[in-house]
Design a protein around this ligand. Structure first.
Ligand code: 4AZ
Length: 832
């Protein structure tokens, strides 16, 4: 190879080094040529750049659409204006569009861009004309056009001079041009006028037989007679889950234009049928629009509306010594653009106290404490947003309460009760909080913030079973020290609890050598040293690691069904196992008046009826044929053979006990087999679990779904919030509930609870509730689920209602069967 190259070299003719002239002569010429080429290239790119800029930016045009309404004062509304094919409509529409065109073309910032404008509807008042106007504007002039069009509002004086129309108000609002166009051309457009005394229904295309179509744009124009408002109620609302920014959604407008400044509410996701989705218009019109994307089909909605006489009556003079005030139409959404003033006056020697029990005046994306939009003003202080129960009191015998809603967004409002009280003794036989709320005297200085403002916990002498938090100076029970929960709020109860260097602090506060972390041995005794260990160690599972079907071990915390494939065989994400814990009604619900669950909110909840007794116990659906419940429900007693399957009937999908035989959501089954835990101890209630096989499988529905069974390595940490549900007694020794009840409670530290319950706990039990009492399961809730919402957004069966020392007592939390500890039993007996 080397040789052949030598051969070529001989043929190359090099410039003789001595021929310097030749080199000099060529040099400057080449330089000029290069320079010329560079300049030409620069000029060309400049030109191209300019052209691109010109066409792509200066010439690139944006379609702009504005919508709104204007009020014509020298015309009187007539029925013909409702129908766009009448001559009356077209005459007046022509005048309005002429006026708009005049207005636009006489403004130098608007005229060059104006394309088209149309009147879409009229309504009463004298005549409100709804319109849209379209413009085509170079991108760089968009902001200028926006300003000019929106400022037109204030030029209404000129309007009168130029046209035969007297216009006293004019609104314009930019809308998405694409959306506006598709609404205009959509064939899915309906015009409905309420009939006096009748209910008018409308629904999404295909409802209830088929899902609504993809990429749909529909609009419903709703009208009522003059002097009426519209009451709109969604009976069913099942849309795709809410997605931002797009997705499927329904918008309600307090207007006949789709201007966002008149938007009352955006609805998406699904609402349980028991949710009060009721809205009132402020005038006699309303617009409902539907937008769907290309995925995630659902049944849609069914709505109905009626007309009700318009009344501006709200608020007033109150001279009674006590009563209730609410926002208009509570608990339906209040109207936009309302003002109510209550002037409360009680006898001269008394003061006024107002307690808000429900308070929802929420505006999306608005956390402004000055309450610039909807608010309630009491004694000149404004309140808005979403609030827990609170009390406002006055220093004299008068109180003025003002409720104000602006043009857009409405909420469910408020309900409040007012009482008059004696200034010298605001809380007879009770403790008076700083905000003049009254609480039971026994709750003073007990370590719990019963007043809500800590005033019951100030200036206390700590007892020997209490310690004092550093910042707040509040006394708390000593067993809060070093329990891993920041009870003081300043962490002072958790300070100085640490472990020495090179040791690891377990969840139960034990210290173990650092080297024992993730060594697949439970050195802590609570497994916490083996949690959160990233490595996957094949074929050597410790008790604490999740075991894959192929025997791989996953030491990550709660790896099952978290949408991450941790096992190489994917068994942690098995679709059959993971198809559980779903709540078809996805909306976060608000409890309005009490603790009733919503229909379908806990679709795994079962009511077990014993012959001649009625509802006796709860249970949970875990598969189409299997329920889990508590073993103590099936112990023979008082001459009744509770262990006999034929004694029992299971009601699935049940919400209200009164409708268990009539509701179409309910599926009723007899029981084929009951398997109680072999080692259930009817003295200690250890191993309080039973499996029930149904006579025939149930069909899953929106109201019947299985709950997920946690793996034995699943971690439910202390302090985690869970839901307990059932139809059990509403008070200790009291009678059961008709509507399924729900209560949010928290997991309590095992050792602390064991102390409170005098060492009666076994490892197959967990405690949940509140040491302060007040919220708990009770008789009749037994066997029912303790449901835990996990990070994968599925509900898991953390426990089964088992026993307690009474119900809701202080220092006596409820005890639940620890499902993770009985995971192997469930596998062996239920095959799941
Ligand atoms: C019962 O008798 C019962 N406070 C269930 C739970 C609790 C108390 C009693 C918990 O079924």
């Amino acid at each position: 190879m080397f040789q052949s190259m030598n051969g070529y070299e001989e043929a190359v003719e090099f410039l003789p080094a001595t021929d310097t002239k030749k080199v000099e002569k060529r040099g400057p010429k080449v330089k000029f040529v290069i320079l010329g080429v560079v300049i030409a290239a620069a000029l060309i790119s400049l030109m191209v750049g300019l052209l691109v800029w010109h066409f792509a930016y200066r010439m690139a045009r944006v379609q702009k659409v504005y919508t709104g309404n204007l009020r014509i004062t020298n015309y009187v509304f007539k029925d013909a204006y409702e129908n766009s094919s009448t001559t009356d409509f077209n005459d007046l529409a022509g005048k309005v569009t002429d006026m708009l065109k005049n207005l636009y073309t006489s403004n130098p910032d608007i005229a060059p861009h104006f394309s088209e404008c149309r009147v879409t509807a009229f309504s009463e008042g004298s005549v409100l004309a709804y319109y849209w106007s379209e413009f085509s504007v170079p991108a760089y002039q968009e902001a200028k056009l926006d300003n000019a069009v929106l400022e037109l509002k204030i030029q209404t004086v000129n309007l009168r001079q130029r046209t035969v129309l007297s216009v006293d108000s004019f609104e314009a609002y930019p809308v998405d041009a694409q959306l506006a166009r598709t609404f205009r051309t959509s064939s899915c457009s309906y015009f409905l006028h309420a009939k006096p005394g009748e209910v008018t229904k409308f629904f999404t295309p295909g409802f209830p037989n088929t899902a609504y179509p993809p990429n749909m744009r529909c609009q419903w124009t709703l009208r009522a007679d003059a002097g009426h408002v519209i009451r709109l109620n969604f009976k069913t609302f099942k849309m795709d889950i809410c997605k931002t920014p797009a997705g499927d959604y329904v918008k309600l407008y307090d207007s006949l234009s789709i201007a966002e400044n008149r938007l009352m509410m955006t609805l998406c996701g699904s609402y349980p049928p028991s949710y009060n989705l009721t809205f009132f218009s402020s005038q006699n019109v309303m617009m409902v629009t539907l937008v769907t994307d290309d995925k995630g089909r659902q049944p849609g909605f069914m709505a109905q509306f009626t007309q009700v006489p318009m009344t501006t009556l709200c608020g007033g003079m109150i001279r009674d010594s006590g009563g209730v005030i609410t926002s208009p139409f509570y608990p339906a959404h209040y109207q936009a653009n309302r003002e109510c003033v209550w002037d409360i006056q009680v006898p001269g020697n008394k003061l006024v106290k107002l307690r808000f029990n429900m308070f929802y005046l929420m505006e999306p994306n608005n956390s402004d404490a000055t309450c610039p939009k909807d608010y309630v003003e009491v004694n000149s202080k404004k309140y808005c947003g979403e609030k827990q129960s609170f009390v406002v009191s006055s220093d004299n015998n008068k109180m003025t309460v003002r409720f104000r809603s602006d043009l857009s967004y409405t909420d469910t409002g408020f309900t409040a009760d007012y009482i008059s009280y004696d200034a010298q003794n605001p809380c007879p036989d009770q403790f008076t909080c700083n905000d003049r709320k009254c609480i039971n005297k026994a709750r003073r200085c007990d370590g719990w913030n019963d007043c809500g403002d800590f005033s019951d916990e100030l200036e206390c002498t700590c007892t020997e079973t209490q310690f004092r938090c550093v910042k707040s100076q509040i006394c708390k029970p000593k067993y809060f020290l070093c329990d891993g929960v920041n009870d003081c709020g300043d962490n002072s109860d958790e300070a100085n609890c640490g472990c020495p260097d090179n040791t690891f602090q377990c969840a139960n506060k034990k210290c173990v050598p650092q080297a024992q972390k993730c060594d697949q041995t439970d050195n802590c005794g609570d497994g916490s040293d083996e949690l959160g260990c990233p490595a996957v160690v094949p074929n050597s599972c410790s008790d604490l690691a999740y075991k894959c079907k192929n025997n791989e071990c996953i030491t990550k915390s709660n790896p099952e069904c978290d949408s991450v494939k941790d096992c190489s065989d994917g068994s942690d994400e098995d679709t059959d196992t993971c198809n559980c814990g779903r709540r078809p009604y996805s909306r976060k619900t608000r409890i309005v008046g009490g603790v009733n669950a919503d229909t379908g909110e806990f679709p795994w909840q079962v009511s077990l009826h014993a012959k001649n007794t009625g509802h006796a116990c709860g249970a949970s659906v875990v598969s189409p044929t299997i329920l889990l419940s508590a073993a103590h429900c099936f112990q023979d007693a008082q001459g009744v053979r509770y262990s006999d399957p034929s004694l029992w009937t299971a009601y699935l999908g049940l919400h209200n006990q009164a409708t268990r035989t009539t509701s179409t959501d309910v599926q009723q089954r007899s029981i084929k087999r009951i398997v109680a835990h072999k080692y259930f101890n009817d003295f200690s209630y250890d191993n309080d679990i039973a499996m029930l096989e149904l006579s025939s499988p149930v069909t899953y529905s929106d109201f019947i779904q299985p709950i997920c069974i946690p793996e034995k390595t699943h971690n439910f940490p202390v302090g985690k919030s869970l839901w307990v549900t059932g139809w059990g007694a509403l008070t200790e020794g009291g009678s059961g509930a008709s509507i399924l009840q729900k209560a949010e409670i928290r997991i309590i530290n095992y050792n602390e609870c064991n102390q409170l319950l005098e060492n009666q706990l076994t490892q197959r039990m967990i405690c949940a509730g509140f040491v302060s009492g007040g919220i708990d399961a009770c008789q009749g809730d037994s066997g029912g689920p303790l449901s835990s919402l996990e990070s994968n957004n599925k509900m898991y069966l953390a426990g089964i209602v088992s026993w307690g020392d009474g119900c809701a007592r202080r220092n006596k939390p409820g005890v639940y069967t620890n499902v993770t500890q009985l995971r192997d039993w469930i596998k062996q007996n239920a095959g799941l």
